[in-house]
Design a protein around this ligand. Structure first.
Ligand code: KIV
Length: 264
């Protein structure tokens, strides 16, 4: 696969071909995911839960993120590497710049931050300094304590309007991509049609430009034994992990995943 860049992702959106994104936290998984055709590897701060065993992403540090980004970079074979800025590492412009620089120097091609239109100035400043930004909206796990739990966002009309306005404002500020987590499918579809940048969904239905999952979830690995509604276990019926990841890539490309039972 030739190296995936923002140009590649924009072209996929224009052509209506789904973008496949999956988390990885180490070199072996990054390598295997590239072999299976994953286009965007996310070093998610979900590593705080699936690798470190915390009950939220809040304890994850920028040192953790930089370390796992370096690991992924060593195994990467052409995917676009996106790394999360962890909790409270972009609260000020200075922090956003310094911590994004750490992730880019560790091997990321793009950083991801969680929030709404209040991040516009940070987005513009990062982009001016050569750092592409993806903004994660909807259910934003770093603000789980403000949201009052891991709940679907944007069900009410006012909330849906605000989310759409935030997405447009962040695109105008220079964001290169959006992630929408746990929003009603109809709202995610409207947002995807309303912005020119790629929109990746997780629990946001099948009409976004692409999909992302936490790799442990899609392999059926869970510390709690519970899986969110939007997850499918791709290990079912597959002989090995590589085949399961390939099945995920094929299902996203064929718009077979997510199905109605994974949507809100
Ligand atoms: O941290 C993560 O893995 C994420 C995905 C759930 C989108 O942000």
């Amino acid at each position: 696969m030739p190296d995936v860049t923002l140009t590649t992702l924009n072209k996929l959106k224009r052509n209506g071909e789904k973008i496949v994104c999956l988390t990885a936290y180490d070199a072996t998984f990054a390598h295997m995911e590239c072999q299976a055709g994953v286009e965007v590897i996310l070093i998610g701060d979900s590593l705080g839960m699936v690798l470190q065993g915390h009950d939220s992403t809040l304890p994850v540090t920028i040192d953790d993120m930089a370390y796992h980004t370096q690991c992924v970079k060593r195994g990467n074979q052409g995917a676009l590497i996106m790394a999360d800025l962890s909790f409270m590492t972009y609260a000020t412009l200075e922090q956003a710049l310094a911590n994004s620089a750490r992730l880019m120097q560790a091997g990321a091609h793009m950083v991801k931050i969680e929030g709404g239109s209040w991040l516009a100035e940070s987005v513009t400043t990062l982009v001016r300094n050569g750092i592409p930004v993806c903004v994660h909206l909807g259910l934003t796990p770093q603000t789980v304590n403000v949201l009052g739990g891991y709940k679907v966002q944007g069900r009410e009309e006012a909330q849906a309007k605000a989310l759409l306005a935030d997405c447009k404002a962040l695109e105008a500020a220079g964001a290169s991509m959006l992630v929408l987590e746990c929003v009603p499918s109809s709202l995610a579809a409207e947002i995807t049609r309303s912005v020119g940048i790629p929109v990746i969904g997780i629990g946001a239905g099948s009409e976004t430009d692409g999909q992302v999952l936490v790799v442990h979830d899609m392999l059926g690995l869970s510390l709690s034994g519970r899986m969110p509604r939007f997850v499918k276990n791709f290990m079912t019926g597959q002989p090995d992990i590589q085949s399961a990841v390939r099945a995920y890539v094929e299902a996203v490309k064929a718009v077979e995943f997510p199905a109605a039972e994974h949507e809100f």
